[in-house]
Design a protein around this ligand. Sequence first.
Ligand SMILES: *Cc1c(COP(=O)(O)O)cnc(C)c1O
Length: 422
Amino acid sequence: MSQKAALVSGPSAHDGVSDSPIRVLRPRRASPEMTVRPTRAEIDLAAVRGNLRALRKVAGRARIWAVLKADGYGHGAPAVARTLERSGVDGVAVALLEEAIELRDAGIRAPVLVMGGYYGRAYEELLAHDLVPVVYDASHFEQLARAIRLVGHQDRVLVHLKIDTGMSRLGVRPEHLRGLLEVAAAFPQIVVDGVMTHFSSADVPGEEGEAAMLEQLATFARGLATVRKAGHAPRFVHASNSAALLGAASLAAARGVDDARFDAVRPGIALFGVSPSDHLPCPELRPTLRVRSEIVSLRTVPAGTPIGYGQTFRASRDTVIATVPMGYADGLPRALSNAGSMLVRGRRAPIVGSLSMDLATLDVTDVPGASLRDEVVAVGEQRGALGRDEITVQEIARLAGLIPWDVMTSISRRVPRFYRDF
Ligand SMILES: *Cc1c(COP(=O)(O)O)cnc(C)c1O
């Protein structure tokens, strides 16, 4: 990725401190050309495409806005967005204005929704890059209108209005919705083209999750009616993340409620082949991320030899230790120390000793033939001389007390992303 900075200018929205331009910088990530170390992430763009197809079937008539925040869940947002755009995705959603600008700079032309609702001093950038902001506060309308005046923007500006139905995080509270719509009425050039909310518990199994969903759906329905009564005709009503999308049909069938799919859905993690919960299986989804390296050092140590920082592991037999140049600074959870494993020759080898910043040590005593330069897989599938196995993001999350989202988005910028598209 280039270090190119988007120039963001304009008056301060909040602090009034400075009118000087601010620069939106993106951190540089290791690129394949710069790679010496054999550690890398392999992104399967064909699998991303397949997952979009699978989700389309679940979404039915609802359009799909692919959520590509946090650099496309660690996969590299521009490459994933390009792939999805070519597959006809209806739109893309990110959290940050910076993330949206990066996609436009990469040539993405699909609608881009900025969900974070924070635009700082950069409202003009929304207009300059033809982005769709999520709004929920009077100041959003006022600042946007001010930017429209400043740059002499002639066209209508589309926004999506967010209603807080139960996350208590972003969005207009239902009791303030009418007041906000009155403010909005003063700015006819700003068009409420979408109305959205976000579920707190779509991935919580059983009664508890269902009750929370039903309550939020009811609140959302009332808010939606209020918005329509105020004269708006949003083309996009949307609420569902991956979990809500995968559970929508059964919820609607079981409870006869409004279908949570509405006009559009916002899957994130499912596009990357991970079902958000074991109770929401979607067998067609395929993993898109593989993290691999190679054995760079091999040694046989006698029984009793300590391994690694703090001597948290001691060999109980003559042990073959393989050293792999991949550690917690690459994003592997340190909780995998003495708990996780990696694949060598198609077989699991336990991580022994504590995971270092840059290195991991594996016990490969039971991996006959393990040699220098052998491939080591920390995340994903491996087929090798000894068989086939797979370490999923879900497994790592479970072992480390994390969630799959956390594991995926933690693969650090030091790990170059290689793309495969067949
Ligand atoms: C992250 C996010 C999503 C996607 O969530 P997944 O669980 O990854 O599908 C959808 N909507 C909003 C508002 C989000 O922040």
